[in-house]
Design a protein around this ligand. Sequence first.
Ligand code: SME
Length: 168
Amino acid sequence: MLSLAAMAESITIESSAPKAIKYEELIPQLKSLVGADKHPIAVMANVAAAIQGVFGFLWTGFYTVEGRELILGPFQGPVACMRITIGKGVSGAVLAEGYTIVVPNVDGFPGHIACSSDSRSEIVVPVKNAAGVICAVLDVDSAQLETFDDVDKKYLELICDWLGAQIF
Ligand code: SME
């Protein structure tokens, strides 16, 4: 059992469970932790910390949209690139295209931005407001190849859909 303390709240996940079950356990606890709070930085910070804490990825964090750029937001992991132009890298491609991109091997993605040389695979999910406009992206990096699949895509999209409606 994995327990992540957060002020008076905590997130408890069965650490030996398959990842789909971990996501199933995480999502209602995240919603409960966040409650009615709509502050974008506070909410994104705890979402990044919870995902990173449960799964132990290399890097989990958000970039927010400002004009035609992505600006580094709340994250957990090594220091990272602070600005990414629309269309550049995986995150910039998601901003340009509007859908999730799963990268099984970062060396196979033309234009991948290597914020960390330890990153081997990656998933980037758009966070949209109620009008469907992308306001941020969730970027998750792994030090292993082929970490992310349809299970991660499904649940991270559920998290980002809820998050976008909550804070944007
Ligand atoms: N690899 C990303 C850049 C952001 S970092 O991974 C945190 C990209 O190509 O967009």
